[in-house]
Design a protein around this ligand. Sequence first.
Ligand SMILES: C[S@@+](CC[C@H](N)C(=O)[O-])C[C@H]1O[C@@H](n2cnc3c(N)ncnc32)[C@H](O)[C@@H]1O
Length: 262
Amino acid sequence: MSAPPRVPRTRPEPVAPDPAVPEPAVPEPTLSELAVSEPAAAEALDAHEEHAWSRCDPWSAALRSGRGPLYLHREDGTRHPLDIERWCAAPDAADRTVIERCRGSVLDIGCGPGRFLVALAERRLTALGIDANPHAVARAVRAGGGALCRSVFAPLPGTGSWHTALLVDGNIGIGGDPPRLLRRTAELVRPGGTLLVETAAHALDERLSVRVGDGRGVHGTPFPWARLGSTALLRHAEETGAWAKAGEWEAGGRRFVALRRA
Ligand SMILES: C[S@@+](CC[C@H](N)C(=O)[O-])C[C@H]1O[C@@H](n2cnc3c(N)ncnc32)[C@H](O)[C@@H]1O
């Protein structure tokens, strides 16, 4: 068993209470209780098809340098910019509206370079990031976050016990099948727990095949992705029978939805 990731301990900032999200009633697990060995993590990742981002060279290169340009290229030739510089920076004001709503133990799904993990650890919350890309995990751990190289669809520590899970920066698109991802997150989060999801700014419900590219002709392998607006997310969430709407807000031109686990 390898040592658990280091959790920085700094003075926590005060967090305004959010009446929509109750405090957890039970003690949080520590990261060492949640830790699993890295060989086990690597096996779990290899055993799943959702590791396309981990084979994506432009994404890995951008994670190493912390710089773009970087795009999600669609099959129709259009592309969406990926905000790698913002993801590698400290949380901005909109990110902080998500952080303020986190309670208890937090699982950041598709954590990337880990800006949420560091901010959550500073608030003395137990936070674990998972990401399919080893360069993302290495960067998150270097920044002081706790992270595992693991697909969200693989066996995960703390399954069924997380108080809060995050799907930000478009990560509701992971796997290209939002109902499946919503069912999977329902397995991970405890009853009464919260899933905080960033949604598209427009009314969208699309599934697509994409590749990450650097805008100069270098592309990774294609993988399934999805983009959802808030209305579509809430419809899919309700259809799982596991999630109910707990809140909705906008910050810095970005939109977010809070779901409560039944
Ligand atoms: C749109 S990026 C979001 C980046 C991130 N939130 C950040 O702050 O940089 C999607 C992230 O999800 C990760 N990812 C893709 N498929 C995944 C899976 N099945 N399980 C876990 N992470 C995955 C990618 O490696 C990538 O880091």
